[in-house]
Design a protein around this ligand. Structure first.
Ligand code: MN3
Length: 231
């Protein structure tokens, strides 16, 4: 009995060590408080992006959908006993997270980003952003065409992105609430611009016409925010 217990103890200790090595971000007593996600304050009133995006869609999107991602990811962080220094670290370990943590963490981050890359009366890019876009895609029109195609072509729910991948601008899309910061994402890079193409982002006003939502969204892109992220 004694040796059995000892063997069992050694085995479970080894398993515990292996788990600690494989999952280095598990919270422990000495760790700093676990990272919590939060919603940014919406930078404009719900009606500010009318008529491109209607006030009711904005309000439900921000106060219901986005708020739920915050609650759910923070619940998952507690339940999974995970601890990260930053959101960047969280996403760099996305492939090791529970689906609840990954999906809702992505949901919080993506929407915080989305609100900030829009503003009333967007217009067209200027200066270094215009130069970078022309350099990478030929012209602003070509860029819009390719980005819109990525947004329209994303089957089901997801996002279209413009990213800076080591100095090269790229367009792509991700499913669900995945983003280019996730180690599990095919599209990688620093996000510069994003478009939410989940039905909840447009269905009240546009119903099934995702193409019209995309076309009108160009009127509310905040190119100053894109320039800030381009650095
Ligand atoms: Mn959304």
């Amino acid at each position: 009995m004694k040796s059995m217990s000892r063997r069992k103890f050694v085995k479970s200790s080894l398993q515990a060590t292996a788990a600690a090595v494989a999952v280095p971000f598990l919270a422990n007593a000495a760790a700093t408080p676990a990272l919590q996600f939060a919603q940014v304050a919406l930078p404009y009133p719900y009606a500010a992006l009318e008529p491109s995006i209607d006030a009711m869609t904005m309000e439900i999107h921000y106060t219901k959908h986005h708020a739920a991602y915050v609650k759910n990811v923070n619940d998952a962080i507690t339940a999974d006993k995970i601890s990260f220094e930053s959101e960047k670290d969280f996403f760099a370990n996305a492939s090791k997270l529970s689906l609840k943590a990954k999906n809702n963490g992505g949901g919080v981050w993506n929407h915080n980003f989305f609100w900030e890359v829009m503003k009333p009366g967007g217009g067209a890019p200027a200066g270094k952003v215009a130069e970078a876009i022309n350099g990478a895609f030929g012209s602003f029109d070509k860029f819009k065409e390719e980005f819109s195609k990525a947004a329209l072509g994303r089957f089901g729910s997801g996002w279209a992105w413009l990213v800076n991948d080591g100095g090269k601008l790229k367009i792509g899309s991700t499913p669900n609430q995945d983003n280019p910061l996730m180690d599990s994402s095919e599209l990688k890079g620093t996000p510069l611009l994003a478009l939410d193409v989940w039905e909840h982002a447009y269905y009240l006003k546009y119903q099934n016409k995702r193409n019209e939502y995309i076309a009108n969204w160009w009127n509310v892109v905040n190119w100053d925010a894109v320039a800030k992220r381009l650095g």
